[in-house]
Write a protein that binds this ligand. Sequence first.
Ligand SMILES: [Zn+2]
Ligand SMILES: [Zn+2]
Length: 271
Amino acid sequence: MTALPGRLRLTVLGCSSAAPHAAWPASGYLVEWEETTLLLDVGQGVVRRLENLLDPRSLTAVVVGHMHADHYLDLAGLRYLFPWAEQADPRLPLHIPPGARERLDALATAISERSGFFDVAFDIAEYDPAAPLRIGPLTIRFVRSRHYVPAWGLSVEAPDGARLVYTGDTGPSDEMVEFARGADLLLVEAALRRASEDDPARGHLTGEEAIDLARRAGARSALIVHYDPGRRAELEEMCEAAGNWIRPAVASQTRTITPLMRETGTRVLAP
Ligand SMILES: [Zn+2]
Ligand SMILES: [Zn+2]
């Protein structure tokens, strides 16, 4: 499967929350631009789903937003697709948050593998959230989210100006609203049924808060992600009341993301 030439394309591999669900995997989003294939987050079940579409070893790169199980645990499964002992050629570029390197090393120990287990398959780098990350023709930018552990949301910008923003896990955040401003497509989390379920410090959003964040950001379109699939009908209803620009995401759906300029010729692109 290859994206159309010169179009940014998203495929939702999984958008469930942390508890495993038969309907679909935890967080995992495939982003494509021509031959470039980028995987955002690798929650449990994501690699199996990705295998239906392409050989995961052929991905251009993987980027992880934070080190909770539902966003990175399937890196272990992905690793086993590569030779066990000898170094893969090429290794798969893996971009993880600052400080996450030791988590990955600890995971290798936890699953009774030797040190360096991930390194022979992955070319591992901790990204600097203050600096844009270039992956082929795509530019990734990061924003600190409001979560229980260090966590980042991110944007993917395509050469034609199309911009996808993914909140990752976050509580209500003005910084996230600003970061998501004018996104062509926003993936916004809604892990909670009620704000009272959250810690006082907040680390997730309700459906209402997700819609509010997307509306305040002026996102052209949005998908609600990171929710228990059993809540889909309830979220559909909420979104319908908000308008047809926002919907709950479902696994396997694809979206082609085009910049406003293509439609109206009025968008001024930042350099
Ligand atoms: Zn999390
Ligand atoms: Zn999560």
